[in-house]
Structures are given as C-alpha cells and as structure tokens.
Design a protein around this ligand. Structure first.
Ligand code: BGC
Length: 361
C-alpha cells in the first residue's frame, strides 16, 4: 500500500492489509454467490472539486485493483436525479450501493429501497440521519472543524490581530458533515468569543455549499460588518475562495485569514499566494479504499468489524473514520507528495515563484 502522510484513526487494521472479517458463517448464501457490482452516487461537481477529481479517481482505482464491476454516477445536486440513478442501479443489479446523500430525506428513501431489494448499502463521506446504511465511511469530521478553528486562530495570532471579528461561512444545512465541522470549530472559537478575546461576526450557512451564492453571502456579511471582518471560518476551499474573491475586490486579501478544506488545487494555490490561511487535507484514496473493501465484503455476504461505531439516534452505525490533517503553506508539498494533486496542477505560471518559496521542487 502507498505510504500516506496520514495516520489512520480507527484502523491500523486498514494499513495492515484490510479489515478483519468476522467469519460470518450464517452469512447470506444468496449474497455470497453474487459477483460484486458496486454502484456509487456522487452528489455534485460544484460544491467541491473533490467529487470528480479525487473520489471518482480513487474509487475507480480501488475497484479496478479489486477487479470488481462498478458504476459511478453524479447526481449534479438534483435530488430527483439522485433517486432515479439509484433506481436504475438497483434494477441494473448492483450488489452494493454507496451514496453521498444530498440530504437525509432522499438519502434515507434510497437506502431503504436498496435494503428492501437485498442490496448492501454504505454511507460514503456523509452520514444519512435516520438512514439504514450498513456502514459509514468518512473522516473524523469534528476534528476537521477543530483543525479549521485552530488554523484560523494560529493565522490571526501571526497577523497580530487584536480582538478580531470572525465571520462564519458554514456548509450546507442539509449536510450532517457541516454540522460536525461547525461543532469542531465552535469548540475552539466559542471559548474565545465568550472570553471576549474574539468578536463573533456574521454567520451564515451556504445552501448546497453553493460557491457562487457564498460570494454573495460573504459580500453581504462584509457590508453588514462595515468592512470590519478580520478572519473568515469558511467550511471548505470553495467557500473560502468565494470569500477571497470578495476580499480581493476590497483589497483585503492576504490581510484577512480564511480557512478551507479539501486541499483542492485552487485552495492550495490560495494558500501559496498568502490569501488563504490553511486547508484540511483528507486522503480520499484511503476513504475510497476502505469503502470499496467494505462493499466487496458485503457483496460476498461477509461482515467486517470496523472496530468503531457512530451514533445516529439510537442506532450504532459501524464506521470507518479516517484522520484529517491541517495544511499550511509549508506543508502544501505533503499533499503533492501523497499524490492527491500534482505539482503541474498547482505550480502553474502565476504560482511557480510561490511553489519555489514553499519548497515544492
Ligand atoms: C465533504 C467535504 C466537501 C463538502 C462539499 C462535505 O460533505 O465532507 O469534503 O467539501 O461536502 O461538497
């Protein structure tokens, strides 16, 4: 296995050659006879570059390595298309369905239907609240938020900010991850607001993580705050870039630290240019591999012990939660070394100088 820069939380077991089987002899005989075919529904291609540039690529890599059939489709932020794709996949004979839900309601409908047809189910990256997925594979999302809060705080200190006004651009209100990210950054920043060390500025959730809408929202926040925003907690790189575009218009970029997530090419370039404070790198290759291993096992009628569960109401959902990593200017090179993005993608003309400064050779 590739040597990643991340340590994997729950799972020394993952790095040491896969999840352990529970030896489920009572396993579904019909399922064990099935040839694995895995259906994946990605949410969109605009809320983050990751879905098409990383998840599709690494899922394909994992499925090909395992020699299983697969069908990866993207719902393009359309809930009815999401359900239609799921129906087609079920009719088309998938043995396991992996979804990144657009909201818990439609996610649950899809999972329940798959289950009723004997199709194994996995919540990939986003937990479907009240759902019925057999496994949940993601990152420790509260830690993602904590790294963002700590990162913003570190960058504000470096800028020598006194009683900084901090604005929030939260993720989609229908994405459980956005709730977890916020819980994470609140755990770092709220004590500072309470202690009057920081001042809580405007806060908005961005519907469907829509980057264009995020720019409008941030422009309104800046107006509302009379131009006095000293730091922006943006929940991912797309929202961060939206804020940066407005800061640029106001000649405030580089002065106001902005956070992000996903280690997108754009986010990394913003960091190198000094316009973004940090991002959170999630090794999607590991996430895709863990989900693929589980889907294949389920298709064979095996049950795996992930060694960890996550609570969804009263239900304990067996989970694999990987460890995210904060990335600053000096560690952009680690993301490249891990094969997540290439030097050629990041170090384009305008960024060659910054790349050299950051030790990217
Ligand atoms: C994912 C993030 C992504 C966001 C927008 C979240 O559920 O965990 O990586 O940036 O959705 O697509």
């Amino acid at each position: 296995m590739r040597k990643g820069i991340l340590t994997i939380a729950a799972v020394g077991l993952l790095t040491t050659g896969g999840l352990t089987a529970c030896g489920d002899d009572s396993g579904d005989k019909a399922a064990s006879a099935k040839t694995p075919k895995i259906g994946v529904i990605l949410p969109d291609s605009k809320s983050s570059a990751r879905w098409e540039t990383a998840d599709r690529r690494f899922l394909e890599e994992a499925f090909k390595a395992a020699g299983v059939k697969y069908d990866i489709q993207n719902a393009q932020n359309d809930k009815s298309a999401f359900q239609t794709i799921a129906d087609q996949m079920i009719t088309g004979g998938v043995t396991a369905l992996m979804i990144v839900n657009l909201d818990s309601g439609t996610g649950k409908a899809v999972l329940d239907k798959a289950k009723s047809q004997g199709v194994a189910t996995i919540d990939y990256d986003r937990l479907t609240l009240g759902g019925s997925a057999q496994y949940y594979v993601s990152f420790d999302n509260e830690t993602v938020g904590k790294l963002q809060g700590e990162g913003l705080s570190k960058c504000l200190t470096e800028k020598g900010a006194k009683n900084p006004v901090v604005a929030y651009l939260n993720g989609s209100p229908t994405d459980n991850n956005a709730t977890l990210f916020k819980a994470g950054y609140d755990s770092v920043l709220k004590p500072k607001f309470d202690a009057k060390e920081y001042v809580k500025g405007p806060e908005d959730a961005v519907p469907a993580w829509d980057n264009a809408q995020a720019a409008t929202i941030f422009e309104q926040q800046l107006t509302k705050a009379n131009g006095k925003i000293d730091g922006v907690l943006a929940a991912n790189d797309g929202l961060g870039n939206a804020a940066i575009s407005i800061l640029k218009k106001n000649k405030l970029n580089g002065k106001v630290p902005v956070t992000g997530q996903d280690a997108s090419t754009e986010g990394l370039q913003n960091i190198l240019a000094g316009d973004q404070c940090m991002t959170v790198y999630k090794a999607v290759r590991e996430e895709a591999k863990a989900a693929s291993d589980l889907a294949i096992a389920l298709a064979k009628g095996e049950k795996k012990d992930t060694g960890q569960t996550v609570k969804d109401g009263d239900r304990d959902v067996p989970s694999v939660l990987l460890t995210p990593k904060a990335i600053y200017k000096e560690s952009v090179k680690d993301v490249i070394a891990d094969g997540y993005v290439t030097k050629e993608e990041v170090c384009t003309a305008a960024y060659t100088k910054f790349c050299a400064e950051a030790g990217i050779s």
